[in-house]
Design a protein around this ligand. Structure first.
Ligand SMILES: [Zn+2]
Length: 124
């Protein structure tokens, strides 16, 4: 069964299995299940490496930088006030985006059939 790229990406955004779109990808915050609990698709052999954190930082930067510049231009708050606003907000945004970014990467790798053959569960 081949799902369309848009459905696979939607599954990634929703942190669901790219094959069936129903099973959860994660057992914990960023711990990928070995298999989908609904369709038994192997998930652990897709290595997302640093793409998830990279995508999280890029998206968070595009959200936060315009807000920082807008606040600076309109209100020119003291640096310590800006830091006390933006540092926790940035950490929060990245922590929210990170699982989503990693699951989008896993979904793309699944769609491209780029399984890590050395660490595949079928080879063990
Ligand atoms: Zn599944």
């Amino acid at each position: 069964m081949i799902r369309s790229l848009s459905l696979v990406l939607l599954s990634g955004i929703l942190k669901k299995c790219p094959r069936c779109g129903k099973g959860k990808i994660y057992s914990k915050y960023l711990k990928v299940n070995k298999h989908c609990l609904k369709c038994n698709e192997e998930l652990a052999s897709y290595r997302t490496d640093d793409f998830g954190p990279w995508l999280s930082i890029v998206v968070a930067g595009h959200i936060i930088v315009p807000l920082v510049l807008s606040l600076e231009k309109n209100y020119a708050l003291d640096l310590w006030i800006q830091a006390s606003i933006w540092i926790p907000f940035t950490i929060l945004i990245v922590l929210i985006l990170l699982p989503m970014s990693k699951s989008i990467c896993l979904a793309i790798l699944w769609r491209l059939k780029m399984k890590d053959k050395e660490n595949s569960l079928n080879n063990k």
